[in-house]
Design a protein. Structure first.
Length: 212
């Protein structure tokens, strides 16, 4: 079984529940190797059901397709949720922050930037050229849920999106943006009423060595 600090690499989670009482679609406990791609997601058997641990929304969608192909109507997918944890020593809740890189035709750059700002995302870099634009940003995963689909709609399917876990940081109130409603992350049901201790190294995040 993966240690909890290793599982923190996968900030987006989803429960797999048996469709009927008495069913055990994932019988053997631990990582289901045939259903997992460790660079993107894991499927782990937990008691009668299981759980998807995904690096981002694209990885989650792929894992959902794998689970559906393997088990069909034998499993029910619960709502996805953002993994958070409490650090007792700091009396704080920590949540995942994602690094985001978006490439779009330059004509969509302003609209994409406005959408990111409304989500409370920090724009770190933008380069708008004659043909295309590249935007680099970081933001809470809770604010970015649904973003990949939304930006494809906004740009008529022309956007290219990369995103990955940058770090965990202490939760804070969302910045107020006129005309929007704050997005709240779902709490991890496995963490309710429990405190999980993490190593200090975790708080500095899981930086990738290379930027696409």
């Amino acid at each position: 079984m993966f240690a909890q600090d290793n599982l923190n690499r996968y900030p987006l989670r989803q429960l797999l529940l048996p469709a009927a009482e008495g069913d055990t679609p994932l019988e053997r406990p631990g990582v289901v190797d045939l259903h997992s791609r460790p660079d993107s997601y894991l499927v782990i058997s937990e008691e009668r059901g299981g759980r998807i641990y995904a690096a981002n929304e694209s990885a989650l969608k792929e894992a959902q397709q794998v689970a559906a192909a393997a088990h069909g109507e034998g499993v029910i997918l619960a709502d996805p949720y953002v993994h958070t944890f409490h650090e007792a020593a700091l009396a704080a809740k920590f949540e995942p922050v994602m690094y985001l890189r978006v490439k779009v035709p330059s004509g969509y750059a302003e609209a994409v930037l406005q959408d990111l700002e409304q989500r409370g995302v920090r724009i770190m870099y933008s380069d708008v050229k004659r043909l295309d634009a590249v935007i680099r940003a970081e933001g809470r995963l809770a604010d970015l849920l649904g973003y990949e689909e939304a930006v494809q709609t906004l740009t008529l399917g022309t956007a290219v999106v990369w995103n990955w876990l940058l770090r965990y940081e202490a939760a804070r109130p969302l910045p107020f943006v006129a005309g929007t409603r704050p997005r709240e992350a779902r709490s991890d049901p496995a963490a309710l009423g429990a405190r999980q201790r993490q190593t200090p190294a975790l708080l500095s995040g899981f930086l990738r060595n290379a930027t696409p």
